[in-house]
Ligand binder design. Structure first.
Ligand code: F3S
Length: 278
């Protein structure tokens, strides 16, 4: 059986960067998990003594704190710095951009629309950069725009992981309603590159293995895309979850991995599949 890796898979630029930054600060703590992968978090703990704090109260108790890729609210960042903590900012630059846009546009008197999930840490962070919280609105659907007390000039940004087509729907609705709309496309392509590559491979593969955390929405999405094209698509966290029966009589095994899956786990899975099918 042949094994083929998707042309794009695994860690995105922002996650690679955050892990490198954390590794450069052994003994520090990350504010929230750096990535949705417990094996990688365990490796960082074991090799670099990188701890984890889950909320702001806990973050205030440690000396050295790594801000994860999604970023944190502006007031929390300010407070941690004011308390004299060593704050190591690993916020992905693609997330810093919408934060800065929101800050600038709200200073210039624009209403701010953020297309995204209000409960996601990235969006809680981005919205917090508005000068006046009453001028910033988070929406997921066009219909939500109707009730909003928007000014005649509006700026819009998107959560980095949103679909461009959905973003355009909100933009269209805004253009019809407001005199001036400043559109900032803050969607990050990394997710779609992995998705497109997985779909292309799943179309040809007899069995598809998607590697990633079971709680990672990005991995689950990859798995469901693969399922559309290849019935025999399986999501595993690591090589221990592989079932030899999946590979019986198969010619091509495709492999993809979520944006939080490190290469060493991918390699372990490949090694194990090879040993099962030898
Ligand atoms: Fe950054 Fe895009 Fe990854 S926003 S954390 S490079 S998915």
């Amino acid at each position: 059986m042949k094994i083929e890796l998707a042309s794009s898979y695994g860690f995105c630029y922002g996650v690679k960067r955050a892990i490198r930054i954390a590794e450069e600060h052994p003994g520090s703590h990350t504010y929230g998990p750096l990535i949705h992968n417990k094996d990688e978090i365990a490796r960082l703990k074991e090799t670099y003594d990188i701890g984890l704090v889950e909320d702001f109260e806990e973050a205030e108790k440690v000396d050295s704190i790594v801000i994860r890729t999604h970023g944190i609210p502006k007031n929390e960042l300010k407070k941690l710095k004011a308390e004299g903590k060593e704050v190591i900012n690993a916020t992905c630059p693609y997330v810093t951009t919408p934060q800065q846009i929101v800050e600038q546009m709200s200073k210039e008197g624009y209403s701010i629309v953020v297309f995204g999930d209000r409960n996601h840490p990235e969006i809680r962070g981005v919205v917090s950069y508005a000068d006046d919280p009453r001028d910033a609105f988070v929406v997921l659907e066009e219909s939500e725009l109707e009730e909003l007390p928007l000014k005649s000039k509006v700026a819009i940004v998107a959560q980095t992981t949103r679909k461009p087509a959905d973003f355009l729907k909100i933009v269209n609705a805004l253009v019809l309603r407001c005199k001036e709309v400043r559109v900032f496309n803050t969607i990050c392509n990394a997710t779609f590159e992995n998705q497109d590559a997985a779909a292309e491979l799943a179309k040809r593969a007899d069995v598809m293995i998607v590697i990633g955390g079971k709680h990672s929405s990005n991995t689950k999405q990859l798995h469901s895309i693969c399922k559309n094209y290849c019935d025999a698509s399986y999501l595993v966290e690591n090589e221990k979850e592989l079932d030899p029966a999946w590979f019986e009589g198969k010619k091509l095994c495709g492999i993809s991995a979520g944006a939080s899956t490190p290469d060493w786990i991918v390699q372990n899975v490949i090694d194990r599949i090879e040993s099962l099918t030898r």
